[in-house]
Ligand binder design. Structure first.
Ligand SMILES: Cc1cc2nc3c(=O)[nH]c(=O)nc-3n(C[C@H](O)[C@H](O)[C@H](O)COP(=O)(O)OP(=O)(O)OC[C@H]3O[C@@H](n4cnc5c(N)ncnc54)[C@H](O)[C@@H]3O)c2cc1C
Length: 389
């Protein structure tokens, strides 16, 4: 593994940095997990697209600039360091996009990828059900074929931004007699489908980030089936690997947070030289671990470029980044003590209250993208080859 970036990669990094510095929104927006913020963040997706920075790693044909995996990681680092807004189309771009490249027909790729890249169509993930989360293969939402359509009945839950998304990628049971992984299919469902009711649900931090979806004889065009009927589990596993591994959790986000934590420590120790040494150690650990995750990802990227695959390792990467995120934010809150509870706009608030909101969100990391208990089971069985009990 070469530990240095070449001059083209450095030039690419500079180009991203200057574009973001010049173009990132100057005004404050509502959180993207609100109906107003959702649309504000859509305009950012459109601006990124116009600048050629919405999906840099995709082929030009679909709105990208064909950049390499290493360049994409550099892009992500610069993106988070710049403090640009969150990506409201993350579920589309990082989860469904790669799945469409692997499983979509040419017609489906031409139909869906360009509108995903330009922000015209924002996607949500409709997988979890009230009784099927970790045990996703037990899902019950039925999609019965009727001519050119599937007729959907059932309920989905915890669908992030599902109340406003233009499209939802769902896993449904197309064979009513089937059990578990067999008989599932992957269906792309328009958000405005007749027979689909979407109800926003508030998150711990108060934002109406989730939606419950109710399908009552909801008809969806059979052309929106991704992969063969009955192959939904295999298609879904391609998406899940992206969600846990490289695509959704490039190290940029954690590197930027660890840098902010170091800055916070410098400011705090100036004002309070008696800050416990244990806090300094937590800051150091967080910084070192963010760097360790960074190099682990670059090492994995190098192996992927050389023809390797990302399989069950995505699970231990997910364990690492989700716990790291909590550690970074918990260290900041310990440092801030009672000031950590001040919210945006309060006098004497530090960094607009991002440490508390970031901490609350970090607590969700061990749950979404497959809970950490499930990831530990996967690592035990498939990476370490341990017996099931
Ligand atoms: C912020 C956030 C965003 C989300 N966004 C989406 C989304 O957009 N779309 C979507 O479909 N879903 C989404 N989810 C839902 C998420 O995928 C589920 O919460 C997750 O899969 C766990 O399912 P569950 O909540 O039903 O918990 P359960 O599966 O009921 O698990 C409860 C507890 O039991 C443990 N457990 C279960 N089975 C085992 C086992 N075999 N071995 C050991 N421990 C076990 C779990 O680890 C967990 O601690 C989101 C969740 C969060 C927190």
């Amino acid at each position: 593994m070469d530990l240095f970036f070449d001059s083209n990669e450095e030039a690419f990094r500079d180009e991203v940095r200057s574009w973001l510095a010049e173009n990132k929104p100057k005004e404050d927006w509502s959180p993207m997990d609100t109906s107003v913020g959702f649309e504000q963040h859509r305009t950012w997706e459109q601006k990124l697209f116009q600048g050629g920075w919405s999906v840099p790693s995709w082929p030009e044909k679909y709105g990208g600039r064909d950049c390499s995996l290493i360049e994409w990681l550099l892009y992500e680092e610069e993106y988070y360091l710049s403090g640009s807004p969150g990506r409201v189309n993350t579920n589309g771009i990082t989860l469904l996009g790669p799945t469409l490249f692997d499983w979509g027909t040419e017609e489906q790729k031409d139909r869906f990828l360009p509108k995903m890249a330009n922000g015209e169509e924002i996607w949500a993930q409709g997988w979890s059900e009230p009784d099927s989360g970790s045990d996703l293969a037990s899902l019950k939402t039925l999609a019965v074929r009727d001519g050119d359509h599937y007729v959907l009945n059932g309920q989905k839950t915890w669908c992030s931004r599902g109340a406003w998304a233009d499209w939802i990628f769902c896993i449904v049971r197309t064979d009513p007699e089937s059990e578990r992984h067999a008989g599932l299919s992957y269906l792309l469902v328009p958000g405005d489908s007749k027979g689909l009711t979407r109800r926003p649900v508030s998150r711990l931090d108060g934002e109406p980030a989730f939606a419950e979806l109710f399908f009552d004889d909801c008809r969806v065009d059979a052309q929106n089936l991704l992969g063969e009927e009955g192959s939904g589990w295999s298609v879904a596993m391609a998406t899940a690997s992206s969600e846990r591994g490289l695509n959704l959790r490039a190290p940029g986000r954690f590197l930027a947070a660890a840098n902010r934590l170091v800055n916070l420590y410098k400011i705090t120790i100036d004002k309070n030289p008696l800050l416990p040494v244990a806090i300094r150690d937590q800051v150091i650990d967080a910084f070192v671990n963010a760097q360790a995750y960074r190099w682990q990802v670059y090492q994995k990227a190098t192996s992927l470029i050389e023809g390797g695959t990302l399989g069950s390792e995505a699970s231990y990467m997910k364990l690492f980044w989700s716990e790291l995120d909590i550690d970074i934010h918990a260290a900041a809150l310990r440092m801030l003590a009672e000031r950590g509870e001040l919210v945006e706009g309060a006098p004497d608030v530090q960094d607009d209250g991002i440490w508390m909101s970031g901490y609350l969100f970090s607590l969700a990391g061990p749950i979404y993208a497959g809970t950490n208990e499930i990831q530990r089971n996967i690592v035990a069985e498939r990476v370490l080859g341990l017996p099931r009990k």
